[in-house]
Design a protein around this ligand. Structure first.
Ligand code: FNR
Length: 414
C-alpha cells in the first residue's frame, strides 16, 4: 500500500515501475556505449532472452482464503536472517550508470536493509562502500585472475571490511563475446573504469613499477591519436589523480589489469585453496550443471548461485531458472541462490517456489541508479519487494520460506 500511496500523494516516483519502462528510462539517460555495456548480452542474446522466457513459462498456483495481514519475508542464508530474499548482484563498472556508482548503491542497500555484493570490478573501493553502510550486510564477489597474491589481498580486504561471504564467480574466466560493445568499440577497462579495487590494492599497486627498471615499458604499437583515445587518456589521468597515480602508472595499471584479471584455467583445486585462505562462507556463482553442484559440495563450499551472468557470457546456454531445479536437487543441504532474469516480485516468488533460498537482482538496480542515483536504486528495491509481499498475500502464503513446488502449476516446470 505504501508504494501505491506514494503515487497518489503526489510524490513523483523516481523510476518507472514496469521493467521495460525502467530500462527505457535508463537508456534515455545514458550514452549509447554505457547503455550497451549494461544492457547487452553475449552473441545473439539468446540466453538473455531465455532467462526472461523461463520466468514467463513458470506459473504460480495460488490458494484462496488462507491469506494473512502480515507476511514474513525473512529467510535464513548462511546463518544470517535476511530481511527479504533479495540481494544486489555484483555489477562491475557502475560508473557507466552514474558518477556515484557503487557508493550510491551501497547507501541504497543499507537504507533498504538488502545485502550488497561488492564487485571485483567495482568503480569505488570496497572499503569506501563498507564505511558508508554501517552494520548493513555486504558480501564480496571475487574474480580470480592470474596473480594469486592480488586475489589473496582482495580476500583479506573483504574480511577486513566486514563482508559476510565470498562469492567466487566461475563463469567469467574469459570475457564473453558481446556484439553491442564490440560494435561500439567500447571496453570500459581501457579507460580505467571498473578497476577501483585494483587501483586501491597494495599488492596490485606494488606491481606497477619494476624495481631498478623503472616503470613498465610502454606498449610497442602506438595506437593512432583519435579524439576518442584522447578522451580516454584524459579520463585515465583524472582517475589517476584520485588514486595518487601518474598517467604512466594508470596506463600500466589498465594494461596490467587487462592482462591479468581473468584466468581461463581456474580449476576445482583453486576452490579448495580458497577454502584454506578464508573462514568466511564461500559461494560459487555461475553454477548451472548438477555435477558442478555435487563437486562444489565435495569441495566444502557453503552455497551456490545459479546464474549465467545475465546472459552475458555464453550465447545459447540454458536459462538460469530452467537450471535451478536440477542444481537444487544436487546441492543437497547447501543453500542455492539464483540470478539472471529476475525483474519483478512475482519472479522472486517463482524462484523461491522452485527451490531458491534468495535471488540477486542485476540490471534493474543499475537502471534505477542510472535514472536517479541512490533514490532510484531504493525505489527499484522497494518496488520488487512490495510486489513480492503482495504476491505472497494474494497467494495465501504467510512466509517467504513457505514457498515451494505446491505453489506452482506443475505443467509449467520440470
Ligand atoms: C554483471 N555481472 C557481474 N557478475 C559478477 O560476478 N561480477 C561482476 O563484476 C559483474 N559485472 C556485471 C556488470 C554488468 C553491467 C551486468 C549487467 C552484470 C553479473 C551479475 O552479477 C548478475 O549475474 C546478472 O546481472 C544477473 O542478471 P540480470 O538480473 O541482470 O538479468
Amino acid at each position: 500500500t505504501r508504494v501505491y500511496v506514494r503515487g497518489l500523494g503526489g510524490e513523483r516516483p523516481a523510476v518507472p515501475v514496469a521493467p521495460e519502462r525502467l530500462q527505457a528510462a535508463a537508456q534515455a539517460k545514458l550514452g549509447a556505449a554505457d547503455f550497451a555495456y549494461i544492457a547487452g548480452g553475449a552473441g545473439a542474446e539468446r540466453t538473455m532472452r531465455a532467462n526472461l522466457a523461463a520466468f514467463e513459462r513458470v506459473r504460480l498456483l495460488p490458494r484462496r482464503l488462507s491469506g494473512s495481514r502480515e507476511r514474513d519475508l525473512g529467510v535464513e542464508v548462511l546463518g544470517h536472517t535476511l530481511a527479504a530474499p533479495l540481494l544486489l548482484a555484483p555489477i562491475g563498472v557502475l560508473e557507466a550508470a552514474h558518477p556515484e556508482a557503487d557508493l550510491a548503491v551501497a547507501r541504497a542497500a543499507a537504507a533498504e536493509n538488502v545485502p550488497f555484493i561488492f564487485s571485483s570490478q567495482a568503480s569505488v573501493p570496497m572499503e569506501v562502500c563498507a564505511a558508508a553502510m554501517g552494520d548493513s550486510p555486504r558480501w564480496f564477489q571475487l574474480y580470480w585472475g592470474t596473480d594469486d597474491e592480488v586475489t589473496r589481498s582482495f580476500v583479506r580486504r573483504a574480511e577486513a571490511c566486514g563482508a559476510q561471504a565470498i562469492v567466487l564467480t566461475l563463469d567469467t574466466t574469459l570475457l564473453g563475446w558481446r556484439p553491442r560493445d564490440l560494435d561500439l568499440g567500447s571496453l570500459p577497462f581501457l579507460r580505467g573504469r571498473g578497476i577501483a579495487q585494483y587501483l586501491s590494492d597494495p599488492v596490485f599497486r606494488s606491481r606497477l613499477t619494476v624495481p631498478d627498471a623503472g616503470p613498465l615499458p610502454a606498449p610497442t604499437v602506438q595506437p593512432p591519436r583519435t579524439p576518442a583515445l584522447l578522451r580516454a587518456g584524459a579520463e585515465l589521468a583524472a582517475k589517476g589523480r584520485k588514486f595518487g597515480l601518474s598517467l604512466e602508472q594508470m596506463q600500466a595499471a589498465a594494461a596490467r589489469f587487462t592482462a591479468t584479471y581473468t584466468r581461463p584455467d581456474l580449476g576445482w583445486d583453486d576452490v579448495s585453496r580458497l577454502r584454506q585462505w578464508t573462514d568466511l562462507p564461500i559461494l560459487l556463482k555461475g553454477i548451472l550443471h548438477p555435477d558442478d553442484a555435487r563437486e562444489a559440495v565435495r569441495r566444502g563450499v557453503n552455497g551456490l548461485i545459479v546464474s549465467n551472468h545475465g546472459g552475458r557470457q555464453i550465447d545459447g546456454e540454458i536459462g538460469a531458472l530452467d537450471a535451478l531445479p536440477g542444481v537444487v536437487v544436487a546441492a543437497g543441504d547447501l543453500p542455492v541462490l539464483l540470478d539472471s532474469g529476475v525483474r519483478t516480485g512475482s519472479d522472486v516468488a517463482k524462484a523461491l517456489a522452485l527451490g531458491a533460498r534468495a535471488v540477486l537482482l542485476g540490471r534493474p538496480y543499475a537502471y534505477g541508479l542510472a535514472i536517479a542515483g541512490e533514490a532510484g536504486v531504493r525505489e527499484v528495491i522497494q518496488n520488487v519487494l512490495a510486489e513480492f509481499d503482495l504476491t505472497l498475500g494474494l497467494m495465501g502464503v504467510r512466509a517467504a520460506r513457505d514457498l515451494g513446488p505446491q505453489h506452482l502449476a506443475s505443467s509449467t516446470h520440470p
